[in-house]
Design a protein around this ligand. Sequence first.
Ligand SMILES: [Zn+2]
Length: 308
Amino acid sequence: MTTHTWHGGQLRWNSEARAWSVLAPGRRDRPHVGRAGCPFCPGPGEDTPPETWRLSEGADWLVRAVPNRYALSDHHEIVIESPRHDWDIPTGTVAETAAVLSAWQVRHRALRAGAAQVAVFRNHGAAAGVSLTHPHSQVTGLPVLADSARRDLETAREHHAATGRRFAEDVLTAELSAGRRIVFTDEQIVAFSPFASTADYEVAFLPRALDADFATAPRETIDALAHSLRVVLSALRAELGDPAYNLVVRTAPTGYEDAPFAAWSLRLLPRLTIAAGLELATGIPVITVPPETAAARLRTHVSPTVAS
Ligand SMILES: [Zn+2]
C-alpha cells in the first residue's frame, strides 16, 4: 500500500495497474458559480488568493495567475485568461489566446522546480469538469510521473534509439503524406485527427519544429499555435455547437526538457460522449466518428485563406 501524503490529500499507488490515483477531498467543496458572484471578474466582487503573475496593460491586467483555492497539489495555479467573463478562444483575438499560451509557459517554468511533471489543461463546459464559468485554465506540478507520461517517454526513447528520429517526426511525416486526417496546417503547426483517436473529434497540434519542451517554445511558435487553436476551435463550434472539451499540453517531464527523442504537443479532447461499460471494463476508448470523417468535417469550416 504505497501512499504519498500530498497537500491535504493523498496519492495512492495502484500496484496492479501501476498507476497513481489522487484522493483530494477538498475538491468536493468547489463552488459552482456563474457570472453572478464570480470571484475572477475584476471589481468589488473579485476574490482570489494573492496573484503570482500578471500580464498588464496600463493599470489593468490581461491575464493573471493565482493559486488554486481547491488545489490538487502544493503547486496548483489558475490562469485567469481574461478580465471578461464571456471571453473565449474562438470569439477573442489570436493575440489574446497567444497571451494565455505564454502564461502557461511562464507558470510551467515557475512550477516545475521540485515537480516530477507539470500538467497544463483547460476545461470547457460542464461535461469537461468546469465548476466556475469565467474563462480559466490550470497549471499544476505533480510530485510523481503519471503512467501515461512514462509510457510515452519509453516509446519515444526506443523509437529514437532504433531510428535516430523522434517518434513524433515519423507521425507528422505519415500524416502529412496521407493528408486525410489533417484539419489545419501552416508553416509552423500541423493539426490533425489522430489515427487511433481516444475521443470523437480529437485533434493533436504539433509544431513542425519538434522540441521536447513546450515551456520554452519560441514566440513565433506560440503565436502560430494560438492561431491554429482558434481556427480549429471555431471549426469545432461551427460543426458541433460549442461542445465541452479538455485541452491538454503534453510536454517533457522535469529533467527531460532537452531530450532529443521527446516532443511536446497540444491535444484537444471533446467530451461528446460519456465513458460507458466497455471503456470502464477494458480502458479501451470507444469512438463513433472515424477520425478521417471528423477531420473532413472540421476542414469544411476552415477558410481556405488560412489553410495551406
Ligand atoms: Zn467572471
